[in-house]
Design a protein around this ligand. Structure first.
Ligand SMILES: Cc1cc2nc3c(=O)[nH]c(=O)nc-3n(C[C@H](O)[C@H](O)[C@H](O)COP(=O)(O)O)c2cc1C
Ligand code: SF4
Length: 453
């Protein structure tokens, strides 16, 4: 591990020299044409190889209906010209919402989701040509340990965890979620997928990352019964749910899975980790899972890693500045970026023809297109995903396609202020590049957090 440094590169030569000094596996290509290549996802074609990753705004109406801010966000994402829009976490049951403003799709509001899709499609066409139709996938979630449907922690956990339980005020003797609850939950995913198709989405993601319920289930080594212990049991819920959703939606609907390949959390509570050293990835099980997902007809994958609520958030999103009180990582951000790239590379190699969306690009700012094009051209991923960069610079893909570059002054500076708003339980977006809307919301959330301390 090398010393942490903030981004400070003006030219490609400067960043290349740092990459070679650190010896990390990041390539940069001058030829950006791979980014414009269409990608087949299931039976649908994404018009190019750029994707917007799921980015939660915590700003829906109290019943989960998309609000004005949600419509604005997806209108901007769609106008930006990416080939795939991966819509943010959307709860399948009220008790599994991460906050009282998390999106939730229900029979009562499915029409509003249809309007959201329509708005996005119109925006995409207006700015990128009448033939441009992005693929749209909705991320379905249950927040598990991090559920806060009424604004107070109301954790639903598959196993106890001595490191994480105290963080959510959980008593070590409180009950864990029952097998019966999980059996019934599969049907909620089926219903939500049905509604997503009715609204006009091209697919759904059975979200299994960031240590929410399905992610923690993958790591539930200490859980008893059919959903815990062995690899077969820990992956049972995810695979059963994928099969049940497929039965409902048929072959023409995309089923995606964004999952944690590495929790950076100690065994027996972490997934994808070395049993002796949780800082060392062991991808034996994650790669076994990828094979099973492919055999079960998954159409799209995205790897993520880490637990954004615990230590080491750089494992999920490499940054320059942590949230207030957060630790400065003891590694260079390029090492954090390279780790995520390496995970995607390994997942893509194992997934074969199933496209994998890469992530962890935002820290690279204006060099994203160069890194993305290099990863696409050597088969390290099938799509290049933008997370925070999409908040900051939603029209980055269009700038890449029309101007051949991203402008440094429009880039995300990985300052973690959007994450800070989330931790303060506010409505989030880019405080720096979209400051007219989000600076006041940042201040409001900070003030509320200080008052509630
Ligand atoms: C404010 C915020 C909201 C996020 N919301 C989601 C989400 O709803 N679902 C998800 O899978 N990941 C979510 N992420 C993670 C991002 O999709 C992405 O994996 C991460 O930020 C790393 O990519 P980047 O370097 O391009 O930002 C969120 C991240 C941030 C900072
Ligand atoms: S607030 Fe804006 S600049 Fe800062 S990390 Fe978030 S998206 Fe990037």
């Amino acid at each position: 591990m090398s010393t942490f440094e903030k981004f400070n590169f003006k030219t490609m030569d400067e960043i290349k020299s740092k990459i070679s000094e650190l010896g990390v596996n990041i390539s940069l290509s001058e030829d950006l044409s791979p980014l414009a290549k269409p990608v087949k996802i299931g039976n649908v074609i994404a018009p190019n190889s750029m994707a917007i990753l799921p980015m939660e705004g915590c700003d829906s109406e109290s019943d989960g209906t998309p609000s004005e801010l949600v419509r604005r966000r997806y209108s901007r994402f769609a106008a930006g010209g990416a080939g795939l829009l991966w819509f943010e976490a959307c709860a399948v049951v009220n008790e599994g919402r991460a906050n009282p403003r998390q999106m939730a799709i229900t029979k009562g509001n499915v029409g509003e989701f249809a309007k959201l899709i329509k708005t996005a499609d119109l925006s995409a066409k207006e700015y990128n040509g009448s033939d441009h139709r992005p693929v749209k996938v909705l991320q379905l979630t249950h927040s598990g340990r991090y559920s806060r449907p009424k604004g107070e922690a109301a954790p639903i956990v598959p196993q106890h965890d001595p490191l994480l339980d105290p963080k959510v005020g959980l008593d070590a003797n409180s009950p864990v979620v029952t097998d019966e609850y999980l059996d019934a939950l599969t049907e909620k995913y089926v219903q939500a997928a049905h509604l997503a198709r009715e609204a006009g989405f091209d697919g759904v993601d059975i979200k299994s990352c960031h240590r929410y319920l399905l992610s923690e289930l993958l790591a539930s080594h200490t859980r008893k019964g059919k959903y815990g212990g062995s690899f077969e049991n820990r992956t049972r819920f995810l695979l059963n749910t994928i099969k049940a959703v497929r039965k409902e939606v048929g072959d023409d609907f995309i089923i995606a899975c964004r999952f944690n390949v590495f929790d950076a959390h100690p065994y027996p509570y972490g997934f994808g980790v070395d049993k002796e050293d949780c800082w060392k990835p062991d991808l034996t099980e994650p790669l076994k899972l990828v094979k099973l997902l492919a055999e079960n007809g998954i159409n799209l994958l995205s790897n993520s890693a880490g637990n954004p609520y615990y230590r080491f958030p750089q494992v999920t999103r490499p940054f320059d500045s942590p949230i207030i009180g957060g630790e400065t990582p003891n590694e260079h951000p390029l090492e954090s970026v390279a780790r995520l790239f390496d995970f995607t590379r390994q997942i893509q190699k194992t997934a074969g023809h199933v496209p994998v969306v890469g992530n962890g690009y935002s820290w690279l700012r204006q060099f994203i297109p160069n890194a993305g094009a290099a990863n696409l051209s050597d088969g390290s991923c099938s799509l290049v995903g933008l997370g925070r960069q999409a908040f900051a610079y939603p029209d980055a893909p269009r700038d890449i396609f029309t101007k051949g570059r991203m402008e440094p002054k429009k880039c995300c500076i990985t300052c973690s202020k959007c994450t800070q708003i989330m931790r303060d339980h506010g409505r989030t977006g880019c405080v720096v590049r979209d400051s007219k809307v989000y600076l006041p919301l940042f201040k409001e959330a900070r003030q509320n957090a200080m008052q509630n301390k």
